[in-house]
Design a protein around this ligand. Sequence first.
Ligand code: EIS
Length: 209
Amino acid sequence: MSLLLDNEFKPLPPDKCVDTEAFLEAVSHLPSFFDCLGSSVFAIIKADITGNITKIKTAYLKDPQKFVTLQDLLISEREAQADKWPLVGATLALMWLKRGLRFIQILLQSLADGERDANNPNSIRVNVVKAYEQALKRYHGWLTQKLFSMALLAAPCRSNFLKALSKGEDVGEEDCLAKVRQFLENFTPTVDAIYEMYTKLNAELSYTV
Ligand code: EIS
């Protein structure tokens, strides 16, 4: 499993604070997944996500003992750059990264739930559109929405997408979806916790790009 079981997210502790090092390790495997999707439009998305991860990692490595949790990082940036925060550093990078993670979560959940277009059962269009509308669309102006339309045209069919999730192996659809569900068990609470942290710290911005 390239996206999934090779790099499962850690269970969330009771205080819901996300461990920075474990989070960075888990998300570091995501960008390479885009290579198996083919089209060059995915290279733009890969570059964006890779940039976010590098920014968070660079901030973390300045003082790993101080920035044990993602919340430690945000609070430290808020203190250091009160005038510009949250439009700075790891706070901004994680704000965008979490939206990409939410997109992936909704897409995988929708596939795991068996949501399909009855007239086109081997298409993941309904699943991708649902994820886009809920996670990203409101932050995109018309040009970026056009980019999404291009990515949508280049999206693989359901069977190839599930195969890509299984590292190209020919595992059965049900086996793959069972692993998707297992992956979501820790992934979803982690993404939820990051969203809650942004709400709690009043760090969410709603500008469009
Ligand atoms: C942010 O980007 C930067 O990330 C951030 C900082 O520079 C900030 C400044 O305002 O901008 O402009 C980017 C935005 N990022 C803002 C847009 C990039 C291209 C988006 C194209 C549309 C994406 C649609 C996805 C369609 C996928 C179809 C999939 C079919 C299978 C398993 C698939 C997973 C796909 C995951 C997609 C995640 C997309 C994430 C886009 C995030 C976004 O909108 S900073 O940089 O602070 O680090 O310097």
